[in-house]
Design a protein around this ligand. Structure first.
Ligand SMILES: NC(=O)C1=CN([C@@H]2O[C@H](COP(=O)(O)OP(=O)(O)OC[C@H]3O[C@@H](n4cnc5c(N)ncnc54)[C@H](O)[C@@H]3O)[C@@H](O)[C@H]2O)[C@@H](O)CC1
Ligand SMILES: [K+]
Length: 467
């Protein structure tokens, strides 16, 4: 499991670790890891031009010490100081190693092979001062490596408030921070590289702000048929989706549900849609007992009735699309799967507010409806009413395509029916959906149906221990 911790917990862990180590040891570990990652990015050091943007705190200290290491290996390193007081020892080390130090932009070289953002780290307030913005503007198109976090983002929430660094790579220390994973800041973090500082023993009891499933976690959670499996014991999922206006949504939700994770899939909907579903998926049967219902994709005006009928069975639900606006009270054990627009309507706030603070609103929704809420986005968030949050880091932008949400709801429903709890079903379903999309895309466009078709192949690889 990949975990992101709060600034307060990181600081606590760092001070516990520091108490057991010689002075400056943690910063040296950070700087060594940073210098190694920059060397990898540049494919070497000799003759490479490195610019350091250095703020007042220890984040600037990391940049200076890493700059000293790079200069010692033949890089041409220039530091721009953005404060009157910067890390003294780091500055002295850079000078000793032959690095150049500038106090304003005028003296700085015109070009660079990489810019290191050591403006602020976990001690930074959101936003950047004009001198930092001007310095960044000086190097258009040059790769930026953020030290610990892209400066200017809100580290614990992932919110943006004013100018901020857009990194190609973020080299972080000890543990991940929420801003690396949570939108919109995650989009400013670029690729992530974690340098181990030995903090894990001191973070053991700290609840992560957010965590991200990894292939091993998903593999461990996947339902598998036992030797005595029967179709009913593996779980039966029911889909109430589609209408005369949107028959395709039923097909796609059923396609997501027929990924092989359950023993049987039922479909209930208008006769004409049911005929189409059974033609495409002959194994699908009609009404009967289920362990979970998927309700709402393409439901149009029937959303309220679909939800009421599914609720009557008293089994866990996945509530999506046209059924979401009819949720009028707590739904323990269920999963709601809104996108930002649907969640904003449910919470009666502007869509832009949800997009600016998805972590806040997904938590609020999970508390309000006493169930798991899966907020779809670039990095989908899954929150439970206890305040736990998982983020999905699989997927590709090509997945932003009509019908992809229908496939996801069917897939999550099948995991619920197979016996996963609502938090695991939603987060594992979202992980699989993103990973299947990445495989199916192969770097190019894809359609929702292709994602569904890819799921069994992805499951096969996961179960075989690949990936
Ligand atoms: N504490 C530790 O043991 C370690 C810390 N490390 C580094 O230390 C960093 C934290 O250092 P600090 O606590 O000194 O804090 P920062 O380096 O994040 O910055 C704090 C300083 O920046 C100023 N500042 C805050 N917001 C600003 C803004 N928006 N624009 C300009 N200036 C702003 C503050 O007044 C303060 O002087 C970490 O992110 C990491 O890079 C690493 O060296 C690893 C070890
Ligand atoms: K930084």
């Amino acid at each position: 499991m990949l975990r992101a911790h709060s600034v307060a917990d990181v600081r606590r862990a760092e001070s516990l670790a520091m108490a057991q180590l010689p002075d400056g040891a943690l910063m040296q570990r950070a700087a060594a890891g940073l210098a190694a990652a920059v060397t990898d990015l540049l494919g070497g050091t000799y003759g490479r031009r490195v610019v350091l943007l250095v703020g007042a705190g220890d984040n600037g200290g990391d940049a200076l010490w890493a700059g000293a290491r790079l200069a010692g290996r033949g890089a041409h390193v220039e530091a721009l100081l953005l404060s009157d007081r910067v890390h003294d020892e780091g500055l002295a080390a850079l000078r000793r190693a032959g690095g150049l130090v500038r106090e304003d932009l005028d003296g700085l070289a015109a070009g660079a092979d990489v810019v290191l953002d050591g403006i602020v780290g976990i001690g930074g307030r959101p936003g950047l001062r004009p001198d930092a913005v001007a310095a960044l503007d000086r190097f258009p198109g040059v790769p930026v490596v953020a030290v610990d976090v892209p400066s200017g983002v809100d580290v614990d929430t992932g919110r943006l408030d004013g100018p901020h660094v857009r990194a190609d790579l973020t080299v972080t220390f000890g543990t991940h921070k929420a801003a690396h994973l949570i939108d919109p800041a995650s989009m400013a973090s670029g690729a992530l590289h974690l340098v181990d500082l030995g903090l894990d023993p001191f973070l053991e009891h700290a609840a992560p702000v957010v965590e991200a499933l990894q292939p091993d976690d998903v593999r461990a959670l996947l339902p598998r048929p036992g030797p005595d499996a029967q179709k009913y014991t593996r779980g039966v999922v029911g889909v109430r989706a589609g209408s005369g206006t949107y028959p395709g949504a039923a097909l796609l939700a059923v396609a997501g549900a027929t990924s092989g994770l359950v023993g049987m899939v039922r479909y209930v909907g208008p006769d004409a849609v049911a005929d189409t579903v059974r033609t495409a998926h002959p194994e699908v049967v009609g009404a009967g007992r289920v362990q979970a219902w998927v309700v709402g994709p393409g439901g149009g005006d029937d959303g309220a009735q679909m939800l009421a009928e599914a609720r009557a069975d008293d089994v866990p639900l996945v509530v999506d699309a046209d059924a979401l606006r009819h949720v009028d009270g707590p739904l323990p054990g269920c999963v709601l799967t809104p996108h930002a627009g649907e969640l904003s309507a449910m919470l009666d706030v502007e869509r832009t507010e949800v997009e600016a603070a998805p972590l806040r609103f997904v938590r609020e929704a999970a508390g309000r409806w006493d169930c798991v809420v899966l907020l779809k986005g670039h990095h989908t968030l899954v929150a439970d009413p206890r305040g736990r949050v998982r983020v999905t880091t699989t997927g590709v932008p090509w997945l932003a395509t009509a019908g992809a949400g229908d496939v996801l709801s069917g897939l999550v429903g099948s995991l619920l029916a197979a016996g996963l709890d609502s938090y695991d079903a939603a987060s594992v379903g979202s992980w699989l959906h993103g990973a299947a999309a990445t495989q199916a895309s192969g770097g190019g466009p894809l359609t929702a149906g292709r994602v569904a078709v890819q799921i069994p192949r992805l499951l096969r690889e996961l179960l075989a221990g690949l990936g």
